[in-house]
Design a protein around this ligand. Structure first.
Ligand SMILES: [Fe+2]
Ligand SMILES: [Fe+2]
Length: 192
């Protein structure tokens, strides 16, 4: 997977600004570190982290058009906030760009904006890496960082996802229907 990582890195750096590329490299490193803590395949985590923002800087109209062409579900919320589509559109496009990418890597990339039901371990890990990479300074991030590896990945992910939801509600933003489903799926796991 090292040769694939190098090719992916080269292709990504031709697409993204230096700032977005720096974030992607830090997410790759953080995902690899989390993978080593949680006994998950380190190289899969690293490349998923690297490529998760493949469409991070794609213009809004293009994201919506590509999503429609790919037959993805484009909800009212996606139309209002097309940025959310950068996860699922990347999953579909990267499957064609790099056919050798494993399915769990593609799924993790697709799930990093609004999640999915029954988040697989690699998807939870990439979601968390995106939230806690060293360039992030939002409230609560230090607690997530310091507890990484010390408690189950499900718990760490639930806290990271809850923090994102809080952020949306606090800023009076729309919540995507898939975000609600993902949250209900998380809440069901914690039902006492
Ligand atoms: Fe992203
Ligand atoms: Fe990101």
């Amino acid at each position: 997977m090292t040769a694939l990582y190098d090719t992916a890195h080269e292709r990504l750096s031709a697409r993204l600004s230096p700032v977005a590329m720096g974030h992607s490299e830090r997410v790759a490193a953080t995902a690899a570190h989390l993978a080593s803590l949680y006994g998950i395949d380190v190289e899969r985590a690293r490349i998923a982290g690297l490529l998760h923002d493949w469409h991070r800087e794609t213009p809004a109209e293009e994201l919506v058009a590509r999503a429609r062409r790919l037959g993805l579900d484009v909800t009212e919320v996606d139309e209002a906030v097309p940025y959310l589509l950068h996860g699922p559109v990347a999953q579909a496009d990267l499957e064609m760009e790099f056919p050798e990418l494993p399915d769990d890597v593609l799924a993790a990339i697709g799930a990093h904006t609004y999640g999915t039901a029954g988040m697989p371990p690699l998807s939870m890990l990439v979601y968390v890496a995106d939230v806690i990479e060293p360039g992030r300074h939002q409230a609560g991030v230090d607690g997530l960082r310091s507890s990484s590896g010390a408690r189950p990945l499900e718990d760490l992910f639930a806290d990271a996802y809850a923090a994102s939801l809080h952020h949306l509600v606090d800023r009076r933003r729309r919540i995507h229907p898939q975000t609600v489903s993902t949250w209900n799926d998380i809440a069901a796991r914690f039902r006492r």
